[in-house]
Write a protein that binds this ligand. Structure first.
Ligand code: CA
Length: 535
């Protein structure tokens, strides 16, 4: 079956992957192979970054969520404050594609933690992780699974509202009126925030009763503009656009008919948050604002390729990958909306994808990237993002590596070698398309090392993107690495990039030359580079 393994098996004892290695503590993965159990804290990271939405090839979403919740609660019981600190750190540095897992974990800390942990979660945690009105409502929808509406929770939520400046809070409450069945009015009924001045009292009256604040409250002009917009639904386009321009109303606060008008979108552009801009590129093209030679197009493209702006807006690379695949398709996943993609927009998203990762200095290490493109890697999605399977995500990340490093090769494998090179000049779109078209097969994660050995390739660093559901080889991946080191006389390292939030890894936890990182962690390329340099 496995030619490479047979060649190198010979006198060097290897262990069938369906058997544990005799001298190592291994566990059986879902595919029937033996690998290592991922450390509890590393699995917390996988959950915070990848979530469990969509499940995996082997586990339904419910199973995967349950497993991760059990692991999370174990971690909270071991050291709850460490969990809260981790959630805050990952959330603030925008390393995860989505905020929901962090908010879920924060709610779990507020429910299962000891007193100190709960106070930390409901104070600093709530303030730093739930930065928007949307985050807060999502938190409220999760918290009921973990605890009742006791004093500590009410106090924490009151603190969230009372700690926000009036102008910011008005914007948040207007922009995000409703999430997961929760409204700010619902939260007010439970938590009873107190207003200490008339400005704030007027805002709270708008939230609870819908009372439009009077002219005397300068910081609440946005709410008055909202009332005017609602009353002028049928106004002519120029009037609508002028109101949008003058007021800075967010698009969520506009009558939906206005959002078909290019002039309204043009008026929205200066204040449109980066996330919304990236999500609405198709709409902007459809309404005719983005055209190959348009003036607005140049401004939009400059903005989405501004590294500082991307990082400041906490844009995750996968949001750009998702935007690129959707935009390039020229039609929405649902409904009949179509548009003609502007090539410069596709190119800008491709560039922005690379820019959104934490900045990495090339290490110069001789690197071989092994992409697991087996059947299981084509099932499920990264962080629940449609169309981005683990293997598509892995190939996209490999491309950033290829573009950064000088001495890097990509190979793909399933239960045999799969020809799949990626060059520095290949586009992200092309890599994604080629990955999607690969056949489905079994899995042998020892192949990257055996491939390098067979070709006598000098490699300092192996980076293997996988779900660690390996079973087909006649030698374990870590055995293959040790064999490679011995035969080539190179102290090669191995980084395992986990592409699903399962609890398995092929990295031997007792070998300092092997490391686990989480797939689609925006910091993954930087973590890999640090490990390569020996930091
Ligand atoms: Ca597999």
């Amino acid at each position: 079956m496995n030619l490479l393994a047979r060649i190198f098996h010979g006198r060097t004892a290897g262990t069938l992957q369906t058997q544990p290695q005799p001298d190592r503590a291994q566990v059986r993965n879902e595919a029937g192979g033996y690998v290592y159990a991922l450390d509890r804290w590393a699995r917390v990271d996988r959950f915070l970054i990848l979530g469990s939405e969509g499940g995996t090839y082997y586990a339904t979403e419910t199973q995967l969520t349950k497993e991760n919740a059990v692991n999370l609660v174990d971690a909270i019981r071991e050291d709850g404050q460490r969990v809260v600190a981790r959630v805050i750190a990952l959330s603030e540095s925008a390393r995860a594609p989505k905020v929901q897992p962090a908010i879920f974990a924060l709610a779990a800390c507020a429910g299962f933690g000891d007193e100190e942990t709960r106070r930390y979660a409901l104070g600093e945690g709530l303030r730093r992780v739930c930065r928007t009105g949307s985050h807060l409502l999502t938190f409220c929808s999760y918290i009921e699974q973990f605890r009742g509406w006791g004093r500590g929770l009410r106090k924490g939520l009151r603190g969230w509202y009372e700690g926000k400046p009036v102008r910011d809070l008005a914007y948040q409450a207007l922009k995000y009126q409703n999430r997961e069945g929760f409204t700010h009015r619902d939260v007010f009924r439970l938590a009873h925030p107190l207003a200490t001045d008339t400005e704030r009292a007027a805002l709270y009256a708008w939230i609870v009763k819908g009372d439009v604040p009077g002219d005397e409250h300068e910081s609440l002009a946005l709410l008055r503009a909202h009332a005017i917009a609602k009353a002028s639904e049928d106004a002519d386009v120029a009037t609508c656009a002028e109101l949008v321009r003058a007021s800075g109303l967010p698009r969520e606060a506009l009558p939906s008919a206005w959002l078909k008008e290019p002039r309204v979108w043009e008026a929205l552009l200066p204040t449109l948050p980066m996330t919304a801009l990236i999500r609405n590129l198709a709409t902007l093209t459809r309404v005719g604002l983005l055209t190959p030679k348009g003036e607005a197009t140049a401004r939009v493209l400059a903005r989405i390729t501004d590294r500082t702006a991307l990082r400041k807006a906490r844009i995750h690379p996968i949001a750009l990958l998702a935007a690129l695949t959707t935009y390039k398709a020229g039609r929405g996943a649902r409904g009949s909306a179509t548009w003609t993609p502007v090539p410069a927009v596709v190119d800008a998203l491709d560039a922005a994808f690379g820019l959104a990762f934490e900045n990495v200095e090339p290490t110069g290490a001789r690197t071989l990237i092994g992409l697991d493109v087996s059947g299981s890697m084509s099932s499920g999605t990264i962080a629940g993002i449609p169309g981005i399977t683990p293997r598509v995500g892995a190939a996209a990340m490999a491309l950033t590596h290829v573009r950064t490093e000088s001495d890097v090769q990509v190979m793909a494998f399933a239960d045999r070698f799969v020809p799949f090179a990626i060059g520095k000049t290949e586009s992200l779109d092309s890599v994604v398309k080629r990955t999607d078209a690969l056949p489905f097969m079994g899995t042998d994660c020892s192949l990257p090392m055996l491939y390098a050995l067979e070709k006598r390739l000098p490699v300092d660093l192996f980076v293997v993107y996988t779900d660690s559901e390996t079973w087909a080889g006649t030698m374990h991946a870590d055995e293959a690495l040790r064999l490679y080191r011995e035969r080539m006389g190179i102290a090669a390292k191995l980084v395992v990039v986990g592409m699903t939030s399962n609890g398995f890894t092929i990295a031997d936890p007792n070998d300092g030359g092997m490391l686990d990182v989480v797939g689609f962690d925006a910091a993954a390329p930087a973590l890999i580079a640090d490990f390569t340099r020996g930091a």
